[in-house]
Design a protein around this ligand. Structure first.
Ligand code: TYD
Length: 208
């Protein structure tokens, strides 16, 4: 049986890693076989691509090159990690996927969504998550939680207006891609958010 594929999205510092860890603990308790992975990265080749993309020294990188590198890392990560795990019947929890490209390279950088759909169609070969959870926290609050930006990270230092466009972009995508992309209210404690996520996945038959 094919495994289930759950992706997490959100602005920087939205708490994705914490929520993925809490969900992983819940799955472990329930005996659900799963892998936790991230984009860009998750394997040696895609981690190498990740370093090139995020390296603050690569200030001259064009937006098109950035988008193609994210798509390239995605294709490799799918082949190395996601597809094998789904094939074994395991659940995959993935930190970011295709909607990050639409939000960051599309709404953030201003590239056309059609260009991003096309290059990503090659990259993902129709492998879409069963559900993508958008952890809904405005970027200003998220950076506060994260205690500032990493000054050597090309995306984190892209500026406040950029991150606001990304956040608004996610909201536009929520309208276009419901119900496969769904917002999670993160205004409460991390445990309240985690309980919301578990309930949502349970209702969709994705938690066991
Ligand atoms: P990461 O340090 O994992 O950020 P976070 O912890 O906030 O997820 O770095 C990933 C960065 O790459 C993040 O700034 C978002 C960006 N990104 C894109 O711009 N496009 C994409 O397609 C993906 C997958 C990530």
């Amino acid at each position: 049986m094919k495994g289930k594929f759950i992706a997490f999205e959100g602005c920087e510092g939205a708490g994705k890693s914490t929520q993925m860890r809490l969900l992983s603990e819940t799955m472990q308790k329930r005996g659900i076989a799963h892998v936790v992975t991230r984009e860009p990265g998750g394997g040696p080749i895609s981690e190498a691509v990740r370093k090139i993309i995020l390296d603050g020294k690569n200030a001259a990188m064009t937006d098109e090159c950035e988008a193609l590198l994210y798509a390239a890392a995605r294709a490799q990560h799918l082949a190395d990690v996601v597809l094998p795990a789904l094939g074994r019947g395991e659940t995959v929890l993935c930190d970011r996927y295709i909607f990050s490209s639409f939000a960051y390279q599309g709404y953030g950088r201003g590239l056309s969504l059609e260009f991003l759909r096309q290059i990503n169609a090659y990259a993902i070969a129709a492998c879409m998550p069963d559900c993508t959870l958008f952890l809904d926290i405005p970027p200003a609050r998220a950076f506060e939680r994260k205690h500032g930006r990493d000054e050597n990270d090309r995306i984190e230092t892209a500026g406040e207006a950029f991150h606001r466009r990304v956040y608004e972009g996610y909201h536009a995508l929520l309208g276009a891609y419901a119900p496969q992309l769904v917002a999670v209210d993160c205004s409460g404690t991390k445990y309240e958010t985690s309980a919301r996520i578990a309930a949502l996945l349970e209702a969709r038959g994705l938690l066991g």
